[in-house]
Design a protein around this ligand. Sequence first.
Ligand code: OGA
Ligand code: NI
Length: 347
Amino acid sequence: MAPTIASPLLSDLVAQTGKVPLSHVRPVGDRPDLANVDNESGAGIPLIDLKKFNGPERWKVVQAIGRACESDGFFMVTNHGIPAGVVEGMLRVAREFFHLPESERLKCYSDDPKKAIRLSTSFNVRTEKVNNWRDFLRLHCYPLETFVDQWPSNPASFRQVVGTYATEARALALRLLEAISESLDLERSHMVKAMGRHAQHMAVNYYPPCPQPELTYGLPGHKDPNAITLLLQDGVSGLQVQRDGRWVAVNPVPNALVINIGDQIQALSNDRYKSVLHRVIVNSKSERISVPTFYCPSPDAVVAPAGALVDDGHPLAYRPFTYQEYYDEFWNMGLQSASCLDRFRPG
Ligand code: OGA
Ligand code: NI
């Protein structure tokens, strides 16, 4: 009989066991308390229509974004400018990719967080004690021509479809960074300039159905290390954000994208805007696909709070650091609720 080789990817493991393996069972006390989640519609995060973004009422949109960044750190946008066909294409090839045979998917597998293009599982299997209920494909996306030839070539349309989505997502990220700068009374280009040569990473997250969702996480509570995240989710719920100590479900809204502030905007805004704790829970009925675009400074960019936001009442919250320094620290720490930012306080 051929020896069984453990599948490195969760999707294939699940197909074999039908229950949550011990490797994915969280200790009691560190499990999602699913009964204790704010799931009512209306309790959700602000929904902002970007239709008036380029007209005389731009300031209203900018104000709404500023308020959302200050209070929730999360908001949703409609009329965001990414064509519906591009969004649908992105979700379609994502699903096709994760439905490929194991042997085909494994061609992209790596557990090395330093690789620019890789398929992996959980978060960082090299360092974590309990794994998460997620497989993910990570792609560096900017500059596109530097990376696209290393992306998966199966499905055949993958590079073209995902490249188009990534380009559209970058344009939206730049518009949002401008709005965020304006909302802080900074020069419109402040945040865009602070990104140095700019970088853009994408994750294609695949959360298989889970027989015992109360035992594990898709992703445990964490804050995003980048500047701003644009999240595309399919029609399945799973994302939750923390507000006043409670978890609030961010249920999918048709044609909307979820935007959240990452640690770099928190630092650049000198703590005016908050990078907020969020997590992903899984369910027993359906697989879930989400595609976060992580817009970030280039590794060599020096991140420092904007001078105009530092005064007697708002002392300097962080020492200057390079994004590379920050990012290395983030991957080494692993996903946890403690903020990586606290390691960059001055003095
Ligand atoms: C992430 C994340 C949310 C989701 O990948 O950092 O928070 O819904 N994802 O998959
Ligand atoms: Ni996240």
